[in-house]
Design a protein around this ligand. Structure first.
Ligand SMILES: Cc1cc2nc3c(=O)[nH]c(=O)nc-3n(C[C@H](O)[C@H](O)[C@H](O)COP(=O)(O)OP(=O)(O)OC[C@H]3O[C@@H](n4cnc5c(N)ncnc54)[C@H](O)[C@@H]3O)c2cc1C
Length: 431
């Protein structure tokens, strides 16, 4: 079978690319190895799909802007990244994204800058993309594994599709040829949704340079057992990360404590840096200010003011208006202090020590969780090899890369999907 454009991967980027290519009058075939397109999309934003952010710009994806640490600069691609993203967002940025979603029946809702479908459901977004592909006559092959080669200016894809008839499973093989191929397979984050790393092998097979792939936007494992007593607590903290002693990242937001470490949006954002530093063999420390709205002096004043009246209380109750009990217990335990101790039996030094911990709880980050737990990956196809005005691979005319497979990752907040929409639309429109 001959088609104009073959798209490998029916995720956010692949579906967008298919729609834009088909709107240009191209005959499009999407090859997806899972049973339905957009499985990951269904999980985004806790099922609500944070589509984009109203202030999205190239700077959001860079690392040194938020980070002076050598590891981030060692990516050595910040100028390139900034150029690629700047150009790509000029072509298809926030405004174009909103117009696109309105065109497929998805008006949006702005929640403090974070953009969601008005329905509040990721399912509505996935289904709208799927329905638009069908309307435009895009051929969607699911449950299909591709094997790709390039001969005489044409991409040849041998497909093996799992099928069922009369309760029996069988496979069907086909050959599809096309002049243009868009790779939109994602990397390895949440592999259960389909991005199992096979796309990386396809890209390598076509001669593309792949930068180190690591989990990003993922929870972090910290110093043994320290966080366990606070497991389940969510608390606003100022989180600062140090890599090899240098400040690499800082953000205030809700940290979630887990059995083996920390999670939550600021931790996910931190993990983009921590993952690389740890992979380089560096040491990573997270310092949590559990009372970011108070200076140490204000905390001491709190103790002085309340000491006499509340000296018969336990520490957990004395500080109960400032910190969740489980969190105070965990922090106190790290200096071998029991939160059950009475205030009157706790010396001034210990009280000050406790404030010291609450204002700067030091956690050694041992490891980032793996790809299964990650929302995105850093790394992928080197973007200096891609023309951002078309998403075509410079040295391989006819071959395009879209979405997470390209080495672009951003923080939480709609930035990663925005890249999928942007790169997918540009690739689809220009292939
Ligand atoms: C739990 C979770 C929540 C998230 N929430 C948000 C959010 O709210 N906002 C946001 O901006 N980002 C969010 N993200 C990130 C966002 O989902 C990704 O950045 C985005 O899905 C990447 O799109 P993509 O199309 O490049 O890759 P994917 O969505 O991973 O799609 C790749 C597709 O290619 C298919 N595929 C892979 N290999 C092959 C192959 N060899 N042959 C055929 N098909 C193949 C896969 O099955 C998959 O369907 C979240 C991610 C997760 C896991």
């Amino acid at each position: 079978m001959k088609t104009d454009v073959i798209i490998i991967g029916g995720g956010a980027a692949g579906m967008t690319a298919a729609i834009f290519a088909a709107r240009e009058g191209r005959k499009v075939c999407v090859i997806e190895h899972r049973s339905e397109p957009g499985k990951k999309l269904l999980q985004t934003g806790n099922g609500k799909c944070n589509l984009t952010h109203e202030n999205v710009c190239a700077g959001d994806y860079l690392k040194p802007g938020r980070c002076s640490w050598r590891g981030a600069q060692a990516f050595g691609r910040e100028d390139v990244l900034s150029g690629v993203l700047g150009k790509a967002f000029q072509v298809f940025g926030y405004r174009e994204t909103i117009i696109f979603f309105e065109s497929i029946g998805i008006p949006v809702r702005n929640k403090g800058g974070y953009i969601y479908p008005y329905s509040g459901t990721a399912l509505s977004v996935r289904n709208a993309l799927w329905d638009e592909m069908k309307r435009l006559g895009v051929m969607i092959m699911t449950d299909t594994e591709p094997e790709i080669s390039f001969e005489k200016g044409m991409f040849k894809v041998l497909t093996v599709t799992k099928k069922k008839a009369d309760g029996k499973e069988y496979t069907e093989k086909k050959e599809i040829t096309g002049e243009k191929l868009i790779l939109a397979t994602g990397l390895k984050a949440a592999p259960g949704t389909g991005s199992d790393g096979s796309g990386i092998e396809i890209a390598k097979g076509l001669g593309l340079k792949i930068n180190r792939v690591l989990p990003a936007l993922v929870k972090l494992k910290c110093s043994d057992g320290l966080c366990k007593p606070a497991s389940g607590v969510r608390h606003i903290c100022r989180s600062t990360m140090y890599a090899d002693g240098e400040e690499a990242f800082k953000e205030t937001g809700e940290v979630q404590f887990t059995d083996d470490g920390i999670s939550g949006i600021p931790v996910f954002n931190m993990s983009r840096f921590a993952s690389a530093a740890l992979d380089d063999g560096g040491s990573v420390i997270a310092i949590l200010d559990l009372l970011p709205d108070f200076s140490s002096e204000e905390c001491y004043d709190f103790i002085d003011k309340n000491y006499e009246r509340m000296k018969d209380r336990k520490l957990i109750s004395f500080f109960g208006g400032l910190l969740p009990g489980k969190l105070l217990t965990a922090a106190a335990r790290s200096i071998s202090l029991s939160s059950e101790k009475k205030v009157s039996e706790t010396g001034a030094d210990q009280m000050k020590g406790l404030i010291g911990i609450c204002k700067g709880w030091k956690l050694e980050v041992l490891q980032a969780h793996g790809f299964e737990a990650a929302q995105v990956c850093s790394g992928g196809v080197d973007i200096s090899d891609i023309d951002p005005s078309t998403m075509e691979v410079k040295k391989f005319p006819g071959l395009y890369v879209a979405g997470e497979l390209a080495d672009v990752d951003g923080p939480c907040g709609g930035f990663n999907l925005q890249w999928a929409w942007t790169s997918g639309a540009i690739a689809g429109e220009n292939c």
